[in-house]
Write a protein that binds this ligand. Structure first.
Ligand code: HEM
Length: 557
């Protein structure tokens, strides 16, 4: 009786408390994809699905055909070769996951997902599971939003990423690259092995902090890292510990989730504080107002509404997520590929000599890039650009996942004219496979050949067959920043340091200890370095290498 009295007295509290629980239930129900698989019976599939386990037996078989740590991109590419590169591949991984995926392995089909259409003005919507990453990417950021809200935000953000504007920030990119170079000098002097990912990720964080929200993250200075960086890293660590197998209602009250929420709030508060200060400076026409992407996005905004503040804070968080790993991976693979193909290394050094003169010291390059001719100098780095493009072709770090809403009648047309209604499916263009399509990249599809982007051959490669930044309206916002950063880094260090892979992917050597060239002009390796899935596809060993001062530089010292 006492319990009933208590319930009656506090019914409002119970109803209010139940609202989030109902919300959680609905969210979960929405996620569980109760699809009738028969409707897709004529879609290309790797094999007949098992009645209760869908294509899991195939996934298990495929994964166990090599090192089980290798990333799904690699596994799918191996299978695509066996299956003769079908344009799409339907994979049912229920009941382990609550959705069915259509992997898209053909460039013209991928294009239909990412280009705007009458049905979808900003291309097929992103998969709502993207919101699961909200603590890392921001729930209302450029990465996660869709529709009109996304359009408005994108319009505010885009001016900050224009090439001309970024060129004006080359100086700050170089300041951060200077620290990176100092770390490399120290590693070269010590002659020790190290994980390149640690250095390149810190550099990428530093550049993003300065360029996008004018904050010195100090990622490269141990003991001095900024609260934003420390909080973001702590958030990442807590996030990967998330027990995804647990129903999220039960997970909600665990200590780790409480920690995620506390860190999430802390990060939000710091970012909002910075944004408020920047906005106040703009309002006062203060000359010290920064020219960061976030500050530029506030121009013309008289009132910093809670909505704009939240979007901007979440978008800064989205930049931290979207830009650090990806750019870092691009640098790691560039160093690796250059170390394997001496002819590319030579062509790069020749180009740098030609553009910046014979002095290989990073300070000489930096002095020139700090001057008014920086745009012209950067524009002449055509082979450097081809190296970056080719590295991203072979090693795209991530991709996108879209969802064709149930009942939308979303239709994809395959190269043979067959039409597939893809309602209810996750649509996932697989850049890794598309960018190695034998019909387009032929015999050399697995080889690092920057020249393919420079000669007449380049014209025969369809633009849609290169999509590491994805394409269409939701294409990567930061591609120009990443490209500029890597160009600056290569220009400064390619003639100063040699990168030597150790462990997986290490070069083979003859009796005199010299590397051995194969018939295609690549140094032979003792083993193959591969990626593993950790949100993005990362070299399994963090790209362990040694650096040494290059012979040319030494002879000048
Ligand atoms: C080599 C480096 C990079 C690669 C390969 C890369 C790749 C990608 C890809 C594939 C997407 C599409 C994701 C999707 O559609 O779901 C994307 C989106 C995005 N990227 Fe990048 N990215 C890189 C660097 C950066 C940098 C440096 C920044 C900013 C600091 C950045 C900011 C973004 C943002 C904001 C989006 C979301 C765009 C939207 O949905 O409107 N990225 N990136």
């Amino acid at each position: 009786m006492a319990i009933i009295d208590h319930l009656l007295a506090h019914w409002k509290t119970f109803v209010l408390a139940a609202i989030p629980l109902i919300g959680l239930y609905l969210f979960q129900a929405f996620r569980s994809n109760d699809i009738n698989f028969d409707q897709y019976a004529d879609f290309p599939q790797p094999e007949q699905p098992d009645k209760s386990r869908g294509h899991w037996p195939w996934i298990e078989k495929s994964a166990s055909a090599g090192d089980p740590r290798r990333s799904f991109d690699i596994i799918l590419y191996e299978q695509a070769q066996k299956l003769g590169f079908p344009p799409v591949l339907l994979v049912d991984w229920r009941p382990m996951e609550s959705f069915v995926i259509l992997f898209i392995l053909n460039n013209s089909v991928a294009e239909q997902v990412t280009k705007p259409s009458k049905q979808y003005s900003t291309s097929v919507p992103k998969h709502p599971a993207m919101q699961d990453l909200a603590p890392l990417v921001g729930s209302r950021s450029l990465v996660t939003l869709d529709g009109e809200e996304w359009k408005g935000l994108r319009k505010r953000i885009l001016p900050g990423f224009q090439p001309q504007h970024l060129l004006s920030l080359v100086k700050v990119i170089m300041d951060k690259s200077q620290l990176f170079i100092e770390h490399l000098e120290a590693k070269a002097a010590a002659g020790e092995e190290f994980r390149v990912d640690e250095l390149t990720t810190n550099l990428a964080f530093d550049v993003i902090g300065i360029v996008t929200f004018n904050m010195d993250l100090n990622a490269q200075v141990p003991g001095k890292q900024s609260p934003v960086l420390l909080t973001y890293r702590a958030l990442q660590q807590a996030y990967v510990k998330r027990d995804v197998a647990k129903h999220w209602l039960r997970r909600y009250y665990t200590e780790n989730e409480r920690r995620i929420r506390a860190l999430d709030k802390k990060l939000d508060n710091i970012l909002k504080d910075t944004i408020r200060k920047e906005h106040a400076k703009l309002m006062k026409d203060d000359a010290t107002a920064s020219r960061s992407v976030a500050a530029l996005s506030l121009h013309g905004i008289d009132k910093l509404t809670p909505d704009i503040l939240q979007q901007t804070s979440d978008t800064c968080r989205g930049f931290l997520f979207a830009g650090h790993d990806t750019t870092s991976l691009l640098m790691q693979w560039t160093f690796y590929e250059l170390g394997r193909r001496p002819s590319s290394m030579k062509a790069l050094k020749d180009e740098l000599d030609d553009v910046f003169g014979p002095d290989p010291d990073p300070s000489s390059v930096m002095a020139q890039l700090s001057g008014p001719r920086n745009g012209e100098l950067m524009g002449r780095l055509t082979y450097t650009d081809a190296i970056i493009k080719e590295t991203l072709r072979l090693h795209p770090p991530g991709g996108t996942a879209r969802l064709a809403p149930a009942g939308s009648g979303t239709t994809l047309v395959l190269p043979d004219g067959k039409r597939l209604v893809v309602d209810g499916l996750v649509l996932s263009p697989m850049a890794y496979v598309i960018q190695r399509d034998p019909k387009i990249f032929g015999e050399t599809r697995d080889d690092f050949v920057p020249e393919r982007w420079l000669g007449p051959e380049a014209a025969s490669i369809p633009e849609s067959a290169w999509r590491p930044y994805e394409r269409g309206p939701r294409r990567c916002t930061g591609s120009e920043l990443a490209n500029m950063e890597v160009r600056v880094v290569l220009a400064c260090i390619a003639r100063r340091f040699d990168f030597i892979k150790v462990g997986l992917g290490e070069l083979d050597a003859d009796e005199e200890g010299k590397p051995i060239l194969d018939e295609k002009g690549y140094y032979k390796t003792k083993s193959t370095i591969f990626t593993t899935d950790q949100v993005t596809a990362k070299p399994v060993d963090g790209m362990t290498m040694k650096v040494r001062i290059s012979d040319k530089t030494k002879s000048l010292e």
